[in-house]
Design a protein around this ligand. Structure first.
Ligand code: HOZ
Length: 428
């Protein structure tokens, strides 16, 4: 494939944007090639600046479950834009989307809209600290909850990709309030909680870890955390930014039957526009300003374009059989990729929950970050480049999930499996 225009744009971008990108993983730094610059997208495809099409499993890192440019979502955004891009004042659309979220998540009685997943988790943490009067929080090694100071400790996603899980710039005085445990290790969590009795405000987790690839919760892990939070007066914050409306309409909490005290959402609820949300029982949410004293605000919060795109998206997700189709497509791809991987010269392990998946280049199962980190990232990067040259766009990091959309056709999946066979063979 020709990447002349993308390469020229990357050189130009680097002169005015740090690393040429507005979010680190996009720089393709860990996969040994220059990033594609994207010009447009439609359905299951994205098109680069050199005019080449790719079957896309990044889906803007999760939001595009309908595929790109769904006509109903485009129409909703266009109509909203004609009425004004932003007012900084309440609108009926905010209520509509909030009602849809509350209906989908029974543990959310009230929800506040923000502009990104980072804002959602950051605000939920502040609320948890304010409600409990405790400063410490507990997160899991390899889970990523955006880039707020308290949460950028042993983080997954780009932080793991570039080997700086705890970022310079996070004061040690802040980081000391963030305790970290091994994902899926309930005993370790219990020990940490016992050692910090009555000091931990909340446990925050990805109910399916999608920022160290794709790691499902072990049997009993979510239930154990729930019971521990109840026993110890801690809030359980379930970060469903990635999994919400993705692995089921009611997210991972519906799928696994365990409910958090606070829930963070983002990605799909904005239909591709910048959005985040956090919600929970009204006793907790009403401690936020202006009802309570815990402050949280945002100029673009509840933006009418984002609300419109979110409403249109969620309406389409309610269609009968939507998630069955996502499951069916994902299972088909999983089976095909596993078969293709038999041609790899070493062990691989594909993990999937609903429409999110990851292939590790090591023997599995992968249950936590230290196991994910055993994946041969050099082999991943060769596989990634071979897939890209074969017209398949995967996330440019071993530690990110792939995402299925409803727009992926059987033909797209077959082409992907064919490209993967060739890519695995090329690793010999
Ligand atoms: N690291 C985020 C996904 N897990 C987003 C990356 C991006 O948008 O570049």
């Amino acid at each position: 494939m020709i990447h002349d225009r993308s390469q020229a744009l990357f050189q130009q971008a680097k002169t005015v944007i740090p690393g040429g990108v507005n979010s680190p993983v996009r720089a393709f730094k860990s996969v040994g090639c220059d990033p594609l610059f994207i010009e447009r997208a439609a359905g299951s495809r994205i098109y680069d600046a050199d005019g080449q099409a790719y079957i896309d499993y990044v889906g803007s890192w999760g939001p595009m479950i309908l595929g790109h440019c769904h006509p109903k979502v485009v129409e909703a955004i266009q109509q909203a834009a004609q009425l004004g891009a932003s007012y900084g004042a309440p609108t009926a659309k905010e209520i509509q989307l909030a009602e849809m979220v509350c209906e989908a998540y029974p543990n959310i009685e009230k929800v506040r809209m923000v502009s990104s997943g980072t804002e959602a988790t950051m605000s939920a943490i502040r609320l948890a600290r304010g409600c409990t009067g405790r400063d410490k929080i507990l997160k899991f090694d390899g889970c990523y909850h955006g880039h707020a100071d308290s949460l950028l400790v042993k983080a997954g996603s780009g932080a793991a990709t570039f080997g700086v899980p705890t970022s310079p710039g996070v004061p040690a005085d802040f980081a000391k309030y963030t305790l970290t445990a091994t994902y899926n290790d309930l005993d370790e969590v219990k020990n940490l909680v016992a050692a910090n009795k009555n000091e931990i405000a909340c446990i925050i987790l990805e109910p399916i870890a999608g920022n160290m690839g794709c790691v499902p919760p072990a049997a009993g892990f979510l239930e154990g955390l729930r019971a521990l939070c109840d026993a110890e007066g801690m809030l359980m914050i379930v970060d469903e930014v990635m999994t919400g409306f993705r692995v089921a309409y009611g997210g991972a909490q519906q799928r696994f039957g365990v409910r958090g005290d606070l829930v963070c959402l983002g990605k799909i609820i904005g239909g591709g526009l910048p959005v985040g949300a956090f919600g929970g029982k009204k006793e907790l949410m009403d401690q936020l300003s202006p009802v309570g004293g815990i402050y949280q605000a945002g100029t673009l919060s509840g933006n009418p374009l984002a609300m419109s795109a979110g409403i249109a998206t969620l309406e389409l997700l309610q269609q009968e059989g939507f998630y069955d189709q996502i499951e069916e497509k994902s299972a088909y791809l999983e089976a095909g990729l596993k078969q293709a991987a038999t041609e790899a010269p070493f062990a691989t392990c594909l993990q999937r929950v609903g429409g999110m998946f990851c292939t590790y280049f090591c023997a599995g199962p992968v249950t936590n970050f230290s196991e994910a980190a055993k994946s041969d990232t050099e082999a991943f990067s060769r596989f990634f480049r071979a897939m890209l040259e074969g017209g398949i766009n995967l996330a440019p990091s071993q530690f990110e999930a792939g995402f299925m959309s409803i727009a992926h056709s059987r033909d797209d999946l077959d082409r992907t499996i064919e490209a993967a066979s060739a890519a695995f063979r090329s690793l010999k």
